[in-house]
Design a protein. Structure first.
Length: 672
């Protein structure tokens, strides 16, 4: 990003035209970053609660008062039961310094409970790890040379604009674009073909493709023999997924399965842009594994414009141990504090504590996240946050749904105001983030807030007080070949550096698995007692897996991001929220007719976990049997004070312990 500053105020944020992936372009959301930074509701001073939890009534206090208040409560709890203190954070700030550096060290020194940060991408990351050895894939820029692109589970126009630019260029050059998505998104509308499969059936479709490709000889046997492991086992698995069965599972035509397999198998410059929506179901990890097998079967990896990209984040040689200092944990490495899965935060906060769970959670420090809005099974989440005996600190830019439940809100800086270092998961560059303006009001960087908490609590370990510059200088393994010749100083000077990687990274194998091959069969999974070969697992909430539940709640609901929101970020930016208007639910005409629901009607979406209201749009963009609620609204900015996570579940994925947001059955009725 480039920031135009006038009189100490950011007045414009644009893309860096010299940065190859960005090419001077920012998405709709981030282009409003200056508006968000200087928003009239920006938190400017520490705030202490004066009313009941959830009402959002606070009084301003000084930093000294705030830190003293926090230290007294935290020290008392830490002295009795350090595991009763729990961090909660994710990707509100994605930098390596302002994310988990001093924060991680602080909780490690205390011996606090650990957080399993799996809410977004862990199932897919696990799928890639067991198949490729990490979150690895092709370079974004070479998609424009592809002859066939499968855009699988991704509304790229809304969530991956820089890839979409390359896909459009490929289309102009004659490439065929195929969208695979239960919803006819803006992206799907602009592709040559849209395959509207049932939610959670992506793994079956991939296995059906493998069945056809192997059966018709549309594979590169030489590549398979040299660079893959477990072909015979994968072949045996695929035999159970003939196109007719796959068509029935996915709710599509048999010929669609066959034609897709033939197109991919017969095109050497074939690529897949996979995204995280399709892995937010019970079988998400296995589905990613199955899809990730496809380019290795056809030898598409031989071409720089062939292969797959879900995430490229593992290419960056991040020095996580240097940043987070896990060695500071008491008992490291043999006996560690308990781990709490962030998707189960509702249950965790409501747990009374016992021998198996450990002590009740008494203190929660939230940063880089808004769990009351974004965590699943929101009724339980809000009930947990409402506990009067829970001491909650929230580091934030705004008074979010979560901040309303805080005992103490500490104002944090935005990306324009602090120093950071970044890796990417959508391209293969690393970046320096230099502050463009001074902190707004009395806001402080996350690192400085945690340093302040440590001082106030009387903690003395030197690792808690390293400067942001020192942290950034340790962010990467600078001696890694991918960063040859790059230092923190050179990165700051230029702003970014291209990782030194092969154009076609797996043209001659070189996967980062234990075998060095693409592992269709994973011995690591087998040793863990899990299925070593990719398989299809029907969604928890489906007629196939839970027929009685499906009889009561026959509609599958998915809640992908609205174009103008980034999860719950930017929802309070009025220029963006006004474009979204209000919460909407897209419903197929047949489903609307069966319920006597008409266009524009206010409806109630519900299941056993909760309910929300939305304005219905009757459209065939949603396939029959599926409703789509574009998300994630702040509850306080929705007309009924609720959002889609009222109905989502805390159930976890097959691999990675990730969230199953799109594995959700509901019913819809007119709101009265």
């Amino acid at each position: 990003m480039r920031v135009t500053v006038k009189d100490g105020r950011a007045i414009k944020v644009t893309g860096d035209p010299d940065h190859p992936p960005t090419q001077g372009v920012l998405c709709t959301k981030v282009s409003r970053y200056a508006e968000r930074t200087h928003h009239q509701d920006r938190l400017l001073t520490p705030m202490r609660r004066v009313g009941p939890k959830g009402e959002g009534r606070f009084e301003a206090v000084s930093w000294d008062e705030a830190l003293t208040f926090a230290a007294e409560r935290l020290n008392e709890i830490a002295a009795r039961a350090p595991e009763a203190i729990l961090p909660y954070s994710y990707a509100g700030t994605m930098g390596l310094v302002q994310g988990e550096s001093i924060a991680a060290r602080f909780f490690n020194v205390l011996g606090a409970s650990r957080l399993d940060r799996t809410i977004c991408a862990a199932a897919g990351a696990a799928g890639l790890r067991y198949t490729y050895g990490g979150s690895l894939g092709m370079h974004t820029e070479y998609f424009e040379e592809s002859e066939l692109i499968l855009i699988w589970g991704s509304n790229s126009i809304a969530s991956n604009l820089h890839f979409w630019t390359r896909a459009q260029e490929a289309k102009r050059r004659g490439a065929r674009l195929i969208a695979i998505d239960p919803y006819r998104s803006l992206t799907a509308e602009k592709c040559h073909q849209h395959i509207a499969l049932k939610p959670g059936t992506d793994g079956a479709l991939a296995l059906g493709m493998i069945n056809v490709m192997i059966g018709e000889g549309l594979i590169d046997q030489a590549y398979i023999d040299a660079y893959t492991l477990g072909f015979n086992e994968l072949t045996a698995r695929a035999e159970s997924y003939p196109p007719a069965r796959v068509a029935q599972i996915c709710g599509i035509e048999e010929q669609v399965v066959i034609d897709l397999a033939r197109a991919f198998g017969s095109t050497k410059k074939a690529s897949i842009r996979l995204n995280y929506g399709m892995q937010r179901v019970r079988g998400g990890g296995n589905a990613v594994r199955a899809i990730a097998c496809l380019p290795s079967l056809t030898g598409a990896w031989r071409e720089r414009s062939g292969g797959l990209l879900l995430s490229s984040s593992s290419w960056a040689p991040v020095d996580t141990n240097a940043l987070e200092r896990p060695d500071l944990l008491p008992g490291w490495p043999s006996k560690l504090p308990r781990m709490v899965n962030m998707n189960a935060i509702g249950d965790a906060l409501l747990h009374a504590g016992d021998a198996s769970f450990g002590p009740k959670v008494e203190a929660l420090i939230v940063y880089n996240s808004n769990p009351v809005a974004v965590a699943p099974d929101s009724v339980k989440v809000a009930a947990g946050f409402a506990r009067e005996d829970l001491f909650t600190i929230v580091l934030e830019h705004f008074q979010t749904d979560t901040a309303d439940y805080a005992d103490l809100i500490l104002p944090a800086t935005t990306q324009l105001e602090h120093l950071d270092a970044h890796k990417s998961y959508g391209h293969t560059h690393v970046m320096a983030n230099l502050p463009a303006i001074a902190p707004v009001g009395e806001s402080r960087a996350n690192t400085e807030i945690f340093r302040g908490l440590a001082r106030a609590m009387g903690l003395t370990h030197p690792a808690l007080f390293e400067s942001d510059e020192e942290l950034a200088s340790k962010a990467f393994c600078w001696d890694d070949p991918a960063l040859a010749g790059v230092t923190w100083d050179t990165l700051k000077t230029k702003g970014w550096a291209q990782l030194k990687l092969a154009e076609a990274p797996f043209a001659e194998g070189g996967f980062q698995t234990p075998s060095g091959k693409c592992e269709f069969f994973s011995e690591r999974l087998q040793r863990a007692g899990l299925e070593p070969v990719p398989d299809y697992l029907p969604p928890y909430e489906s007629a196939e897996y839970a027929p009685a539940l499906a009889a009561r709640y026959p509609l599958a609901m998915i809640s992908p991001p609205a174009r103008n929101f980034l999860n719950s970020s930017f929802v309070n930016v009025e220029s963006l929220r006004s474009t979204e208007g209000e919460p909407h639910l897209d419903m197929h005409p047949a489903d609307a007719h069966a319920r006597q629901i008409t266009e524009g009607e206010l409806v109630r979406v519900f299941n056993d976990r909760g309910s929300m209201q939305a304005r219905v749009r009757v459209t065939d963009r949603a396939r029959e049997g599926v409703v789509v609620g574009l998300s994630v609204w702040w509850k306080k900015l929705a007309p009924d004070g609720r959002n889609a996570n009222q109905v989502t579940s805390q159930a976890l994925t097959d691999l990675g312990g990730s969230a199953t947001f799109y594995d959700c059955l509901v019913e819809v009725e007119a709101a009265y």
